[in-house]
Design a protein around this ligand. Sequence first.
Ligand code: SAH
Length: 506
Amino acid sequence: MGGKVTLVGAGPGDPGLLTLKGREALAGADVVVYDRLVSPAILAMIPPEARTIDVGKEASHHKVPQEQINLILLEEALAGHNVVRLKGGDPFVFGRGGEELEALAERGVPFEEIPGITSAIAAPAYGGIPVTHRDYCSSVHIITGHQRAGKPLTIDFEALVRTKGTLVFLMGVTAMPAIVEGLLEAGMDPDTPAAMVENGTTSTQRQCDATLATLPERAAAMGIHSPAIILVGQVCALAERFCWFDHLPLRGQRILVTRPRDRAGALSDRLRALGADVWEYPCIETRPIWPCPAMTAALEHLENYRWLVFTSPAGVAAFRRTLQEMKKDSRYLSDVQLAAIGSGTARALADMGLIADYVPPVYDAAHLGEGLPAEGKVLILRAEIGSPALTAALESRSIPYDDIPVYRTVYDNPRSEQLRSALEAGEVPFVTFTSASTVKGLLATVGADADLSRVTALCIGKQTAAEARKHNMTIKIAAQATIDALVELAQDAASSLEYTFGGVML
Ligand code: SAH
């Protein structure tokens, strides 16, 4: 079977700007060859079974040379693999995509190209600068500012100035003073609005608004680094009115998300969409207890129970697997009532086509035990070390139950000194905790003696907060045990904090 190469544009940084077709190509890749500018969140979409080749490593300032990249693509495709060549922005906008295709075309290797959103347009957009506007210009020009060592720039500045269009320079941070000088010498008005956008579309985006004449000094004062784009033209004057990205409620706030390994996505996505700089640290893992003869035996005698009780989506997943193993479907459950601790667990049941008969008004173990409208015996399928509040409440109501552990929480992360020092230094002001076990997981990662006094713990509920309180953090608790409420809590906490970002007050 012949292989194929798909050139995929990963977009400028914000993972939400990867195209649907690009995501599909990634999902089907055997091998992914990627560059330095591809965001970690997009790399995280690569299927675990795919092989990855990093050709953008700059450890010793030696990237893999282009000829060698061409060769890697060729060899992998000829070996029959489905190769995705993942590039920052758009592959054909200063991305050397054309050179890679040449090599493939020469050998008759089939290929496809999936365009990406280029930083030349997206970074200005996130900086509040539309690259064209009818009132200001009738063209936009994308120019490389790359300067070969020791050589002068080979840009026809006079031609550019004559266009009166918007000028977008990529790879121009080093040559920026020379670019400005070239434009001024070619007769451009020194008061022409100009800007630079660094790390555009990411949570670390910074922007320097200036005029052509003041740009070098201002950019130097802010210490603007690569990757950044340079914009020159009247449209830059609109940035002040249009800078929507800087006004997102969590803009620039660094938040550590400590959810279990397989469930971090939703919360992180929500926080990122509000502008947060999310660090994902999946510091616990839930593993089904498998095989689980106790659960199988209980389910084989389901007639003994009136209620089936779930306290997490992980418990529902273990139950689902056992039912499948037993070759039973929802018809088998027709005589039993179902209870879920909260909306997330109820949703996991809904994914199986099952409706929870009872969800407590407050999503925690105590309320579940107190409110369960039980008559008859209860079967609890939950974590190995579940909250005693549930069983205590049932006992006080003299309701019989069987409490069967169906999964366990594993804390086997490597120690992270880097995370520890970031937390101790106050570089990560907020940490979200969605269960008491995520608190334990974080402590296992950074060490029990870590000084967390500069951390604000955003806790999903009381039991989580009780665990967090043991570690000298500032505690905030969500109004309800839901992801929505946790996201709201993050916004409240952030708005009550004055925060400097890269030396600039936001
Ligand atoms: N193919 C890419 C460009 C590659 S050249 C694209 O279409 O975006 C690399 C240059 O792109 C960098 O030097 C910088 O000028 C620009 N660039 C890439 N990502 C950027 C980002 N997130 N913010 C600002 N500039 C970026």
